[in-house]
Design a protein around this ligand. Sequence first.
Ligand SMILES: [Zn+2]
Length: 73
Amino acid sequence: MTIQCKREEPAAYSNTPRCLICTQPLLVRIVRGRRSGKPFVMLICSQDARHFRAFINDRDYVAQVLERLEDRA
Ligand SMILES: [Zn+2]
């Protein structure tokens, strides 16, 4: 088992959770449920596009996440 050297990452990734499998930074996206219309967070592995979904109830929180994502773009 080898330990990968820590690579330099863009600042935007500094607080980003990493994929537990390949350790790549997870991309954060907000998507809305087709039926419920409720927003939820997707954490997408940039390596192989596998993802987690995290449901959120607090609309203010969602709005803040969206603001942060727009800042990065
Ligand atoms: Zn991965």
